[in-house]
Write a protein that binds this ligand. Structure first.
Ligand code: PEP
Ligand code: MG
Length: 850
């Protein structure tokens, strides 16, 4: 038996506004639910049905009622009326009150609300239908209705349909409350990724923060939310794949991004007092440069101010936008092909921004006001840039250059012929500019500038990322640098200084340093494809840490002797579900192929603690860093692990593959995985088995290295976690970052114990960040490790450092180093030793206590 329909009555005399025409995208898109709106002609809102008051806004402009059948209704007085902060509104009910149809809910001063809010239009929305179908009762927009007239009808028949649909399919609207974990807040790159997630899943998605909301389709709207790390948000997705989309969005927003583009923190702040003729800046990209100072002022293309009407200008703008999008797509693909992933992502973000409906709407308004397509685009982006500048948020202000880039790009396509001349910049110049857009940077980089000084921009701006990626020294936030003028200046990216008029002696000194570095880097790159032997003849393999087959290719180009760590968990990130066997297989096979026969160590899925996958909820424990993670996942996710093993065992040639287990704390874990590996290989009919090794990341593994080495084909020390667990210092805690140092004697002693424990039974490598640390890597080699695995770009420099090392001489220093009190003391003594080694005339070492 179905219940009789539920009628919602007009809460006030007023003029009907269909919900889709409400001038607020959140209501209009039905994000909050279906309903109708009225433009009130009286000053009191009445209950549209019987129910209980379940929510009253603190600012008195919204009331939610719940009917006996569980339907929830929101009555929202005006739009943006939250700004009134309750002034001019009197609530006549409180949470918990029961009301009957026609009871007064709130009285308001219509003039005041109309003046101070963006509109008096009052939506009535079914925010939770609980299986009831909402239908209008035939009132067209613009029709006047009297208070109490039936407006909407809710019928129960949809309940059964909804219930059965529920059983068969995912709900069409889903919501999650999350805490934003992105360290730099919701900036342009994650905003573009969020938009992509919504598109891929064909859902409409909204973020709400406090009273503010934004559709993920609009990058500008997302940025204007000004979200910072730690902000609480509501994410809502509507569409058949809402649940899946939300999972992927939650993954993106709740896992602190590994900010591969982050500025190197020790190099950002200028140091020491300013010398004469020096200007200070923040170091966005380190290094030294000498050259003439050349000011670069990119002109905006000339476009006509007035247009030929909407019928001509709007299609003209659309065409320019799609041409610009195509060019960006091509630039993105080219950058990705060259391994410039940061650059590719920036172009992708720009493409997403180009399609932003908010920018399109603003331009359309200007076109309708008589502007040409180019001028309309210019005005729309000027307004948006103004909003970002006013936000007071440096990260958002840093995105202005991106907007200017889009402005320039599209205006160039609409410019009058001959109106876009580029400023002349000679090769080898230190370029001074107010600010550069990423495209201007890329164009400028083709002219091979020696360095870059920007009056504005920050170290996280896209230009800074690009400068780092290309190794162009760059200072930012320099203030009035554009007035500086010199035939020969020095950009010192170590000290954060522009030396405008250096002495001749200083120029000679810096030029010599640059030459030495360049020669050295070139030699290192040339020699990187040969094996590295220490001065006293020991071979040390230098492999690379990668997260994908694309990076494996970069590693091969850089001269890596193999892959020492393929972090397979990167394959599992930013997705709504785990990758299937075939997807994984393709990626592993591509990495093996890229290395052309050299060994590739793939680490099995390592999640838990700081690495989480939302679609694989792990037990909620008080201390996840000490909980089920790494190899312990075999206990709770055996199928997932076996899928990964099958994908791995299918690669060819199998002898290039090595499988490595993370977070092993006792040998039984290795024995168990070897048993499973055997059984999977047998089922696949394989005669061979790949090597199986373990990571030494916890003190127990280091101390029991002998028993591990009995069973393992190799050991690889994960110094990041080993340092964390030895010193009880969270590797994610910025306050402890300076002290969580691998050179702490306790960590070094555990590394020594690992090498000694293995006693030559199996090779020992290091794949934590210490392997690429200029000082720590030398100690590791002296302690006896056989292999170092580092970032691909570091391979040439690490090989070169090994070739300069006399292990015997450093090994003689080890007892003294290991007996020091802390990491700082070890670093100091080691630096002094190195200085003496490289220049025996210095006496520093004698001044140090032995
Ligand atoms: C380590 O812990 O040193 C390591 C290489 O693993 P990850 O950094 O991926 O935890
Ligand atoms: Mg680790």
């Amino acid at each position: 038996m179905t219940a009789s329909p539920l009628i919602l009555h007009a809460p006030v005399d007023g003029v009907v506004v269909p919900l889709g025409e409400v001038p607020d995208p959140v209501f209009a898109a039905g994000v909050l639910g279906e309903g109708i709106a009225l433009d009130p002609l009286a000053e009191c809102l009445y209950a549209p049905c019987d129910g209980e008051v379940v929510q009253c806004a603190r600012t008195r402009h919204a009331v939610t009622l719940k009917t006996e059948a569980g339907v929830e209704l929101l009555l929202h007085l005006g739009l943006d009326s939250v700004e009134l902060n309750g002034e001019g509104i009197e609530l006549l009910v409180a949470v918990g009150d029961r009301v009957t149809t026609g009871d007064p809910l709130c009285r308001f001063d219509a003039d005041r609300v109309a003046r101070q809010a963006s509109s008096l239009i009052t939506p009535l929305v079914v925010t939770a239908a609980n299986g009831w179908r909402v239908s209008a009762m035939g009132h067209a927009g613009g029709v006047r209705v009297a208070r109490g007239e039936p407006l909407l009808q809710l019928t129960e028949e949809a309940r059964d349909i909804a219930a059965s649909a529920d059983r068969d399919a995912a709900p069409s609207t889903a919501t999650r409350r999350i805490t934003l974990a992105l360290r730099s807040g919701l900036h342009a790159r994650p905003a573009a990724r969020l938009r992509d997630i919504a598109r891929r899943h064909a859902v409409s998605m909204t973020i709400a923060h406090g009273k503010a909301t934004a559709e993920t389709d609009s990058i500008s709207a997302l940025l204007n939310l000004g979200l910072s790390e730690g902000d609480e948000l509501n994410l809502t997705a509507s569409g058949e794949r809402a649940e899946e989309a939300l999972k992927a969005a939650v993954a993106l927003l709740t896992i602190a991004e590994a900010d591969d583009h982050a500025a190197p923190c020790q190099a950002t702040a200028p140091s020491g007092p300013l010398g004469e003729g020096e200007l200070a800046g923040l170091v966005a990209s380190g290094g030294l440069a000498v050259g003439p100072l050349v000011t670069y002022r990119p002109p905006l293309p000339q476009v006509p101010r007035d247009g030929e009407g909407e019928a001509v200008e709007w299609p003209r703008l659309q065409q320019a936008l799609s041409q610009a999008a195509e060019a960006l797509e091509q630039a993105e693909a080219e950058a990705a092909q060259r391994g410039r992933h940061g650059e590719a992502e920036i172009f992708g973000t720009h493409r997403a921004w180009l399609e932003d409906p908010a920018l399109g709407d603003a331009a359309l308004t200007s076109v309708r006001a008589g502007r040409s397509a180019g001028q309309a685009w210019r005005e729309a982006l000027d307004a948006e840039a103004g909003r970002l500048a006013e936000s007071g948020n440096p990260l958002l202000a840093g995105r202005i250059a991106d907007l200017r880039d889009l402005q320039q790009r599209v205006m160039t396509l609409l410019a009058e012929p001959g109106a876009c001349e580029d400023a002349a910049v000679p090769e080898g110049a230190i370029v001074v500019a107010d600010e550069l857009t990423p495209s201007q940077f890329v164009a400028l980089a083709e002219r091979r500038p020696a360095g870059l000084c920007l009056a504005r921009s920050g170290t996280t701006a896209h230009v800074a990322i690009l400068a780092r990626a290309r190794g162009i020294p760059c200072l930012v936030s320099m203030g009035a640098v554009e007035r500086a003028c010199s035939e020969r200046a020095i950009l010192d990216g170590e000290r954060g200084r522009l030396e405008v008029s250096p002495s001749a002696a200083r120029l000679v000194e810096v030029n010599a340093a640059i030459e030495t570095r360049e020669r050295q880097a070139q030699e290192e790159r040339r020699a990187a494809h040969k094996p590295a032997f220490t001065l006293d003849g020991r071979r040390v393999e230098v492999c690379a840490n990668v997260g994908s087959s694309a990076e494996a290719e970069l590693a091969a180009q850089a001269g890596a002797d193999g892959i020492g760590l393929l972090r397979s968990e990167f394959l599992y990130l930013e997705r709504a579900s785990a990758p299937g066997e075939d997807d994984q297989h393709r990626e592993y096979q591509a990495s093996i192929h890229a290395l052309g026969g050299k060994p590739v160590i793939v680490r099995t899925l390592d999640i838990g603690a700081d690495k989480q996958l939302p679609y694989l909820p792990l037990p909620d424990v008080a201390n996840p860093a000490l909980g089920v993670r790494g190899v312990r996942l075999w206990q709770c996710l055996p199928e997932l692990m076996e899928t990964q093993l099958r994908a791995l065992l299918r690669v060819e040639p199998l002898e290039s593959l090595r499988i490595m287990l993370p977070m092993v704390s006792e040998v039984a874990e290795l024995v168990e995985v070897r048993r499973r590996l055997d059984s999977v290989a047998r089922r696949l009919g394989l005669a061979e088995r790949p090597q199986l090794g373990v990571m030494v990341e916890v003190p127990s593994a280091a101390l029991c290295a002998a028993s591990l080495a009995e069973e393992a084909d190799f050991l690889s020390i994960g110094t990041n976690d080993l340092t964390q667990y030895t010193l009880a210092m969270d590797r994610e805690d910025p306050d402890l970052a300076a002290r969580a140092d691998v050179l702490h004697p306790a960590v070094l002693r555990l590394i020594k114990a690992t090498v000694e424990g293995s006693a030559g039974r199996c090779p020992v490598g290091v794949c934590g960040a210490a392997a690429g640390d200029p000082l720590a890597s030398l100690v590791l080699v002296a302690l006896g490790v056989d292999e170092l695995s580092v970032e691909p770009a570091r391979v040439p420099a690490v090989k070169a450092a090994i070739r300069r090392l006399d292990i015997g001489r450093l090994a003689a220093e080890l007892p003294a180093l290991l007996s020091l009190a802390d990491a700082a003391a070890v670093r100091e003594r080691l630096s002094a030793w190195l200085t003496t080694e490289r220049d025996p005339t210095t006496t520093t070492i004698e001044r140090l206590p032995s």
